[in-house]
Ligand binder design. Structure first.
Ligand code: SAM
Length: 504
């Protein structure tokens, strides 16, 4: 670096002093401005003079340029920007109001009757529930290990503790099923969105903001612990201890990402919470286990291929397709071959990993990990068709699913899906699968996979998560969701119903 000569220092002092003086004189004249200009422009110009003066006289002050630029933009446009610490990354954004100073964003409405006392949720049993999912790999659900590298990308594994991961600029990158289960109803929970978008839906948001300004305002800590409160529609008032730790570039203190775990301290409706968490984890374990079996067996099953063809023909002429519960991507790859833009959604990492492998890296494919009960972040009317092959059975509130799907389609948009038919039985379906594999000389060596798939289906049926439907029930629900031109066909070895409809 070039060293400054005494003459340089002298020149710098004169320039800085002059600018500072201009800023101060300007501020003094603020009450009676010599020129008529909108006050917010006057303040902005003053801030620029003052900052230039100070940063010329005292160069380290330049690190505050980014937050200052944010402040100026907010002053001029009224747009809320993340408040940044001197090192850059954004933290919870206050809505900066030029007149009244800093004010909090309006709190979103949350429904659900929240009583005053929340029941204690013992931590041990929760960890034990999660243990089933993680013990095999011997990892504990601690904050620092929340995101693990997998195929060159970071994933949040299926811990029982709600866990998420942020990039260095505090944008949410991924979260685990327990987090999705608790916060899935928050519409601003989106990949790539600033964490403050989600924070706004927390009950103690004002406190979080105040604290963030104090703790993060003058430099970024390497770890952070704080209390969070959330008013959940399903589980009532919830209280967490947030444990976040920075992940640094090896050999440096440069923060490249954040891992955050939410220890669950109190839940108002704790029994519902525990039961839902247990089911969520169990479902994920099963879908994870089944991913290779689906991939290996079903594309060889003629009835399955014919069912996929029915979905494909329903999407004929559609350029942009949303596929929900896309699994390992058999239908997805067929849709992509037809030169369509496809957005494939599934909530299971193992399924999505296979989907990515099976479909390859294509510009026309978007993959989203999300629970289809919430469907956040999709633009209304953006897709020509929504397809749900063998997945709607797993969603408790089918009407709500159809209602939500309807909002994503334009008038005339196509919905096509398949579900188990009322009175259907697994024996017939699996007998057809076995016969087909035998006829194709593919049965040998596949007995174990076949049995595993069958057990998985039986488990879902006895757990009431393999819902069956009559054509009348489906017509009724679709009509309520504003679908018309409804057609149904018996399919899948006579055990399923394939339905197509158009948005009215
Ligand atoms: C029976 S498989 C069908 C997969 C694919 N549609 C096919 O036919 O090959 C159901 C898929 O839906 C996914 N799934 C189940 N419930 C879901 C939910 N609530 N949200 C997102 N995905 C879900 C599972 O992970 C699984 O991949």
């Amino acid at each position: 670096m070039l060293r400054e000569t005494p003459a340089d220092v002298h020149g710098r002092n004169i320039a800085g002093g002059a600018l500072l003086l201009l800023g101060i004189v300007g501020l003094l004249g603020y009450a009676k401005p010599p020129i008529s200009l909108d006050p917010k422009w006057l303040v902005t110009i003053e801030i620029i003079f003052l900052f230039l003066g100070v940063s010329i006289l005292y160069p380290p002050a330049r690190q505050y340029l980014t937050p200052l630029v944010d402040l100026v933009i907010t002053l001029l446009t009224g747009r809320r920007l993340p408040l940044r610490g001197p090192e850059g990354p954004g933290i919870d954004p206050p809505a900066l109001n030029p007149k009244s100073g800093i004010t909090a964003l309006p709190r979103p409405q949350v429904d659900g009757g929240l009583g005053p006392q929340a029941a204690e949720v013992p931590r041990q049993p929760l960890a034990a529930v999660g243990g089933a999912a993680v013990a095999a790999e011997g990892r504990a659900p601690v904050a620092h290990a929340a995101a693990v590298p997998l195929n060159g990308e970071f994933h949040v594994p299926d811990w029982s503790v709600p866990t998420y991961s942020l990039d260095a600029r505090f944008n949410i990158q991924c979260w685990n099923p327990a987090f999705e289960m608790v916060f899935g109803t928050v519409p601003t929970l989106l990949e790539g969105s600033h964490v403050s978008e989600w924070c706004q839906h927390l009950r103690n948001y004002d406190k979080i903001l105040d604290r963030a300004r104090r703790v993060f305002g003058n430099g970024i800590p390497l770890a952070d612990v704080e209390d969070l409160e959330f008013a959940s529609r399903e589980f009532g008032l919830m209280n967490f201890t947030k444990l976040s730790s920075a992940v640094t570039k090896p050999g440096t203190m440069e923060c490249v990402r954040w891992n955050v775990a939410l220890n669950v301290n109190k839940v108002e409706r704790s029994k519902e919470f525990e039961e839902r968490l247990r089911r969520t984890l169990e479902d994920q374990v099963c879908w994870t286990a089944m991913a290779p079996v689906y991939d290996e067996l079903l594309p060889k099953f003629g009835e399955y291929v014919r069912l996929a063809d029915l979905h494909l023909s329903a999407a004929r002429g559609c350029q942009s397709v949303l596929e929900l519960g896309a699994g390992t991507g058999y239908l997805t790859s067929k849709l992509l071959n037809g030169n369509r833009r496809v957005c494939a959604v599934d909530f299971n990492d193992a399924m999505l990993e296979r989907l990515r492998d099976n479909c390859g890296n294509r510009a026309t494919l978007t993959v989203k990990k999300q629970d289809i009960r919430y469907l956040r972040g999709f633009m209304p009317g953006k897709f020509d068709a929504v397809l749900m092959m063998n997945v709607a059975f797993s969603v408790e509130d089918t009407q709500a699913l159809f209602d939500r799907v309807a909002t994503l389609l334009p008038k005339g948009g196509v919905l096509a899906f398949s579900v188990p038919r009322e009175g259907s039985d697994l024996d017939t379906l699996f007998a057809a699968l076995q016969r087909d594999l035998e006829d194709k000389k593919l049965w040998e060596g596949r007995y174990e996979q076949f049995q595993n798939l069958r057990q998985h289906n039986e488990r879902m049926r006895t757990g009431n998560s393999l819902r069956t439907f009559t054509a009348e029930q489906l017509r009724h629900m679709l009509g309520k969701a504003n679908f018309e031109t409804i057609d149904e066909t018996v399919a899948y070895a006579g055990q399923g119903l394939f339905v197509s409809a158009r948005k009215g």
